[in-house]
Design a protein around this ligand. Structure first.
Ligand SMILES: C[S@@+](CC[C@H](N)C(=O)[O-])C[C@H]1O[C@@H](n2cnc3c(N)ncnc32)[C@H](O)[C@@H]1O
Length: 330
């Protein structure tokens, strides 16, 4: 790296940091002062927003332009509207994870996480609030995953078992690409009901089955599936938990069956910051949650009896995801 590259790298880091802080500040000001809420009733001018919130028009106009650049607001003909992302930010994620980020200094001092989302008692209630949002976040990656598998071309007429399937976004997206593919989602009872709703909305109810219960205890049967998807699950399990789960999945697969683990597998430069923040966030809010490396996942798969595993990046937002695909082996 020459001196010019070093300087450009430093400038890039500086502007990125200033922008990230400024973006978070204008987002929080808009939330706290009711600017996003004022637009929930419909499109408005900056003067109307200022009046509704009891603020001054000039700074509100500047703020709204910043929010347009940030993507929470759109503008047309001098009127501002909420962008689709604002719906998402009105729910569970409206505080951008401040509940756990505020705990970071304590976590760094004590090493004790804030909440134990990975405890079996809390898991169902926690995920009821999250899986639909997760489906929204993962939809483009699930499309890319279905493409990576060659659903409808290289892979057809699969009986898919989706373990910890949540909304079923990964398996249902695969089924949407291939009319012969069926989906069985294993998850807590309240969550498989949510997955059934997704299947209905995707017109896939006739190819959807639920296996409600704790996936560590659910009977997956013997040789009944061609593909098991384990998406965003390995990071909430310990190494032993993963090996045990993979062993039971191994038994559930028929000859030639495969497992596809989908999880945060840092490899894509665009996703480097997201992946490291994700790993830190997991440490903050779970007791045993951790991002397992592709090498570690390969090792767990081998311990469970699977053959050689192929690792593929999933080239879609958030650019942190990858798939580890292995066949059952004989
Ligand atoms: C991070 S979410 C991933 C959901 C989905 N696979 C996705 O990627 O959108 C983890 C899922 O595992 C489920 N889960 C966690 N522990 C479980 C357990 N012991 N038994 C059944 N489901 C469990 C949760 O309810 C949740 O739906």
């Amino acid at each position: 790296m020459n001196a010019n590259d070093t300087q450009l790298g430093a400038l890039h880091a500086y502007f990125q940091l200033m922008n990230m802080n400024g973006a978070a500040r204008i987002y929080r000001a808009a939330q706290e002062l009711g600017v996003h809420d004022a637009l929930r009733v419909g499109a408005a001018s900056s003067a109307e927003v200022a009046e509704a919130c009891g603020l001054q028009e000039h700074p509100v106009a500047l703020l709204l332009d910043g929010l347009c650049a940030l993507g929470t607001v759109t503008s047309a003909a001098g009127r501002y509207s909420l962008a689709p992302v604002a719906d998402f930010l009105s729910g569970n994620y409206r505080n951008l994870g401040d509940e756990y980020w505020d705990f970071l200094p304590t976590f760094l001092r004590t090493g004790t996480p804030l909440a134990r989302m990975d405890s079996t008692d809390q898991s169902e209630a926690q995920y009821v609030q999250q899986v639909s949002a997760l489906a929204w976040m993962m939809a483009p990656a699930a499309e890319a995953f279905a493409g990576l598998l060659g659903m409808g071309t290289a892979r057809k007429s699969l009986r898919i078992l989706d373990v910890g399937g949540g909304s079923g976004i990964w398996s249902l997206t695969c089924a949407r690409h291939d009319a012969g593919t069926t989906v069985t989602v294993s998850d807590w009872p309240a969550i498989v009901d949510i997955a059934a709703g997704f299947a209905r909305r995707m017109a896939l109810s006739d190819r959807f089955t639920a296996l409600p219960g704790n996936y560590h205890e659910t009977d997956f049967g013997t040789g009944e599936f061609d593909l098991a998807i384990v998406a965003n699950v390995t990071h909430i399990e310990t190494p032993e938990g993963n090996v045990n789960l993979f062993r039971r999945i191994h038994d559930a697969l028929g000859p030639g069956g495969e497992i596809a683990i989908v999880d945060v597998i840092p490899a894509q430069p665009e996703g480097r910051l997201s992946a490291s923040l994700y790993a830190l966030g997991l440490g903050l809010r779970t007791e045993s949650g951790q991002v397992h490396s592709a090498a570690a996942l390969r090792q767990y798969l081998a311990q469970a009896g699977f053959g050689h595993a192929v690792v593929e990046p999933i080239l879609a937002p958030p650019f942190t995801m990858g798939a580890v695909i292995a066949s059952r082996g004989e």
